[in-house]
Design a protein around this ligand. Sequence first.
Ligand SMILES: Cc1cc2nc3c(=O)[nH]c(=O)nc-3n(C[C@H](O)[C@H](O)[C@H](O)COP(=O)(O)OP(=O)(O)OC[C@H]3O[C@@H](n4cnc5c(N)ncnc54)[C@H](O)[C@@H]3O)c2cc1C
Length: 383
Amino acid sequence: MAEGVYDVIVIGSGVMGSSTAYSLAKKGKKTLILEQFPVLHSRGSSHGLSRITRLAYGVQHYTDKMVDAFKMLAELERETGTELLINCGTLSIGPENDEFLRDVEKALTNVGAAVDVLTHEQLRRRYPMLSYPHNYVGLLDHKGGLLKADCILRALQTVFRQRGGEIRDCEPVTAIHPGSTVTVTTSKGTYRAASVVVAVGSWADKMLRPLGLSLPVKIQRVTVCYCKELHPGSHSAQQLPCFIEHSGSPPYDIWGLPSYEYPGYAKIALHTGPEISPDTRDQPDGKWVTDRVTAYVKEHFPGLESTPSITEQCIYTMTPDEDFIIDYHPQHHNIIVAAGFSGHGFKLAPVVGEAVSDMATGRVPKYDMKPFMITRFKTEASQ
Ligand SMILES: Cc1cc2nc3c(=O)[nH]c(=O)nc-3n(C[C@H](O)[C@H](O)[C@H](O)COP(=O)(O)OP(=O)(O)OC[C@H]3O[C@@H](n4cnc5c(N)ncnc54)[C@H](O)[C@@H]3O)c2cc1C
């Protein structure tokens, strides 16, 4: 039976657990990652080759944090000698006077970011592959682009291991026993640590309930669609930035990336999906999602086949306000929860990892963590 004593045990090897463990190892902390599946699996939220990154948030504190996230990503690139970002820009699209676009422009201006405000005519000329109504405008965030997601996970775990970190995969955690030293039981053994980070994505509520904490999260299955270019090479990262529309009708958010993951196919998805349990995610429902993507592509991307050629599944863990949950367990302050990343966490993982590693080692994070506190919800343990 495996046994061990650590400064910190991180449960979950997704981008949040890996980023936290990376920061802990760089701080010289003896750290263990426990993961239920083989590392780099595709059963959670962090798999795949690409994610969107952007400074362009409609909420200032996220844009402020993204300034650091970009710097930390560049450091990881230097450390591993790997390119982790394709800087193709991120385009926010919406009607004139759209509140989201106004807030994004303000947040970008406040951090001195390079942004192009595009009229409908400029949008049409610069991106002839897009077709939006006459009242539509665009905001191009030059700093944004495509994150090489799988490379980032691998890079974080490589540096973690180089710094002495230990990863035990195929080893689900079955119980957490609180105390001044926390004991963690898995399918294979028992481990102890001064503090534990619970970064288990969609499984957070299930893991925390036995500790008297219920999180108000909704688990959604997101279907990612890949639509074929009619003219090969027309939607590559040289021509098309990543894009986001927050004001579709009927109301839904939609996002997409240039052709990269499957060359010749642009990646497009609806920012929602049917509610599922992470353990029964493969039930065949949710055709309405691909129908909506098909309708959207037909209307706005005349250079793509509207019916997706390839579809893939991923999981969102949504909070009611779509802000993250990063906090100490209300009763057990050496158990830290990092969950509820609401479909937009990947780009912020370096900052989350740095903040959570501080929290797990008795330091106060330098970031504004108030928006992420558990007590903003009426959870069982916080009432
Ligand atoms: C389709 C899709 C597109 C997205 N696009 C973007 C984007 O463009 N930009 C962006 O910033 N964000 C994006 N996101 C969001 C981002 O990917 C997630 O916020 C992020 O990956 C969440 O990471 P996580 O580590 O919290 O969860 P996960 O990656 O799910 O990791 C949790 C880990 O915990 C493990 N675990 C669970 N239970 C146990 C247990 N009992 N014992 C041991 N291990 C356990 C799981 O196996 C898993 O490996 C997207 C998400 C999806 C699904």
